[in-house]
Design a protein around this ligand. Structure first.
Ligand code: B1M
Length: 212
């Protein structure tokens, strides 16, 4: 792991939206062979949590959240190819998107990264994905759909997607995101729930009958 000083600098750089500084610290950690998953878990994700707190308290506004997200993504872009590995035969195929109306994608991108790291081929449909685009993915042969939602106002869209595939028992749907709970997943009839990105991988593995 980088020094405490570097970790503090990374935490502050995400909150300040200083993409260059984020990239510098993460690149140095990557070059030094540090524990990048630990860096994400212990420093970067909590920094985004702090950004949310500051927004809730009215101390920062949407533009600051946006630059913080861009700074965070700068670090993720370095970590992703390293954690995702490559060159192996995929153990399964998955499509994923943030549901219609939802523009948050950092958590989804982490789920993509973990799934790829676990050996899945992932088709990332992006953000604000309407049910029709998931239906197109199923028509292309996907049998596992991963949905992410961060807003109270967009979580009902997950039910729309689950309901759409109600008569397709071969299609499995895994849900997650800050506003989603196991109870909500059960309520709407989703087949899997992950409270974080590693748990999303377990849920997908269970859906495919792979040992979780
Ligand atoms: Co927004 N936003 N935002 N925002 N934003 C939240 C979510 C909020 C909690 C902030 C707050 O008020 N404290 C709040 C939602 C409140 C609610 O509805 N309950 C909020 C709001 C209100 C809004 C707007 C409405 C603000 C406005 O315009 N007035 C607006 C809505 C835009 C829209 O989507 N239509 C908005 C906009 C934005 C930005 C665009 C500025 C930016 C997003 C940029 C981007 O993503 N590229 C943004 C940000 C950055 C945040 C916060 C600060 C950080 C989100 C984040 O990236 N977290 C967020 C506050 C917070 O979360 N504390 C907030 C880090 C990320 C790693 O966590 O995405 O939760 P998360 O992912 C986790 C798990 O949830 C899970 O795994 C990840 C960890 O491993 N997970 C899954 C995620 N998807 C999964 C799928 C799975 C399984 C697990 O299975 C498939």
């Amino acid at each position: 792991m980088p020094s405490e000083e570097d970790k503090d600098a990374l935490f502050d750089a995400i909150i300040d939206g200083d993409r260059e500084a984020v990239v510098r610290v993460v690149r140095a950690a990557a070059d030094g062979g540090d524990d990048l998953a630990g860096l994400l878990r212990e420093v970067m994700i909590p920094a985004m949590g702090e950004v949310g707190e500051l927004f809730s308290k009215g101390e920062i506004f949407v533009p600051e959240m946006l630059v913080a997200a861009r700074a965070m993504q700068g670090g993720i872009d370095i970590i992703e190819p390293i954690l995702a590995g490559g060159g192996h035969q995929p153990i399964g195929r998955v499509c994923i998107g943030s549901v219609k109306g939802d523009l948050h994608d950092i958590g989804k991108n982490l789920v993509v990264m973990m799934l790829r790291g676990a050996g899945f081929e992932v088709e990332d449909l992006g953000v604000d994905v309407p049910v029709g685009r998931f239906a197109e993915a199923v028509a292309r042969g996907h049998r596992v759909i991963c949905l992410s939602a961060l807003l109270t106002t967009t979580k009902p869209e997950m039910k729309t997607v689950v309901d759409h595939f109600r008569d397709r028992p071969d299609v499995r749907i895994v849900v997650g995101g800050a506003v989603i709970t196991q109870d909500y997943a059960n309520l709407i009839g989703a087949h899997g729930f992950g409270e974080d990105a590693p748990a999303a991988v377990h849920a997908v593995r269970r859906c495919l009958g792979l040992n979780a």
